[in-house]
Design a protein around this ligand. Sequence first.
Ligand SMILES: Nc1ncnc2c1ncn2[C@@H]1O[C@H](COP(=O)(O)OP(=O)(O)OP(=O)(O)O)[C@@H](O)[C@H]1O
Length: 635
Amino acid sequence: MAETARTEKREFQTEVKQLLHLMVHSLYSNKEIFLRELISNASDAGDKLSFLALQDDSLFEGDGDLRIWIEPDKEAGTLTLRDNGIGMTRDEVVANLGTIARSGTAEFLRQLSGDQKKDSRLIGQFGVGFYSAFIVASRVEVFTRKAGAPASEGVYWSSEGDGQFELGEAELAERGTRLVLHLRDDEKEFLDSWRLKSLVRKYSDHVAVPVMMREEPAPAEDGDDTPAPAWEQVNAATALWTRGKSEISDEEYQDFYKHVSHDYSDALTWSHNRVEGKLDYTSLLYVPGKAPFDLWQREAPRGLKLYVQRVFIMDDAEQFLPLYLRFIKGVIDSNDLSLNVSREILQNDRTVAALKAAMTKRALGMLEKLADNDAEKYQQFWDEFGAVLKEGPAEDYANREAVAKLLRFASTQTGDAAQNVSLADYVGRMKEGQKAIYYVVADGHRNAVGSPHLEVFRKKGIEVLLLSDRIDEWLMSHLNEFDGKPLQDVARGALDLGELEDEAEKKAHEETDKQFASLTAEIAKILEADVDSVRTTHRLTDSPACLVVAEHDMGAQMRRILEAAGQKVPDAKPILEINPEHPLVQRLNQEGSDERTRDLVMVIYEQARLAGGDNLKDAAAYVQRINKLLLELSS
Ligand SMILES: Nc1ncnc2c1ncn2[C@@H]1O[C@H](COP(=O)(O)OP(=O)(O)OP(=O)(O)O)[C@@H](O)[C@H]1O
């Protein structure tokens, strides 16, 4: 190209190479999305320029009419997209079109399997943006010049998507970015104006910057030099959220979602609100259908797109939602904030705090509505984002009731690992006389199901919630009650089933406790170093013993997590409870104390540790003891 000079070759970052390769191979069935992605970038570039021009309108260089132009050239086999947005400097081109800055990308790419269907879904969560051009193009050229920079500082970039790109200088009179896609032979359908126009309307109608294409040419007359037809605007180009709800179709809402989220799949639901009064804003919030790959990374982008009086201000404004709602996507357009807001100002601004409270209520309300109206979709939401929502009661005490309604757990009622029982479901099934909501916490669902603490609940047919996510104990420590019913960890404190036990049962228990008093004292002596105390229990039917955490001590799950993270945890010993109905315990009660008693007590204690999901301090000694007892059995 005449406009370019002095080019050099550069290598893509490894992650870009991998992404390009995977993308071309896995997104071919969804290839038209490249147009949406590129228009989305061009419109963002316009938004960014308008924002900077608020401070310095010379950046418009006398042309404040932002536009995107799309022009197919059948003869050359190229599709050109041009915008007069912010443009890029040379350094920005290298950073934006040669690397992927998002942390965790390398790990994400490693997870991709080569299975096209699965990978295309995963890549959808990643958002391929600019690189999607290579789905349809065998070569992509970029000409770009930053707004306000001289024409001589234009940049030329070109690549065949094969691992390298070319970088050079270009003399560019026009600011903004021009992409020239050299379409692959089998992608020539994207040179057809009708097809392009229908795609623009389908995907980019709501993009606020007008997308221009040539009018259809009049039938050719004799002679070749008919002038190129005039440009016409193809999309509606009104920001979607400024329109009335009743005028917007579901499809338009979904397309707009893809524009703001860079997600490929549909949103599960949305909430669009115009509020006038003390606060004056419009918000459009979405619940995505799929979690992004970096949901658990601290520095992952999150937050809403912020507009002030319809002027774009920033992406990822994280001040409008709490961390536990970080998966929510969308737009907030405020009439109360100043056009000069910066991230710093947002951090301690009273209007922002009020907007955050309002957005939080909206988001929770939207989830509640989804739960009430569409259980299947809500389950899909929960499976993707439930673990994030569980951070809610700790982070946002004021809304803990609203969050509690949204929680879902596995339960002994269903028995499987699916988290689909709400606290309200549980309360609805509570037995007469039952005062508390019971739950057990364990590492992993199987350990929860197998917990010895559940035995008496099974016997009495009382439902227990089965908690096994890492965050569960933390969650429960911030959620003391629901609907006026206390939440009770079945492995914590003395078991008091209250009215669920009748007087006769209580009497009988007191009797047996007396009969076992000397045995518990003896066991306490043997296990002095390991347990705080020993007592009889009536919570067990099949197991000889279990370990219990004292009412106000740290639970076993939290202890393990903190220890694994290298943190010091307070020294607290558990309580050993023995089951007086169990034959082993009854034998112990009859036998005198000798070496064998000691071994049996140790084995019972060690088994209680194992059943509770704890490791043994001395596994070899445990094995030896078991073998010794087995040998005695067979001799
Ligand atoms: N037409 C354009 N004009 C100016 N800058 C652009 C343009 N297209 C891409 N960029 C820059 O390249 C970056 C990377 O683009 P890409 O589409 O790969 O990522 P992205 O996921 O779309 O980024 P974002 O989510 O911020 O839009 C963009 O964030 C932007 O800074």
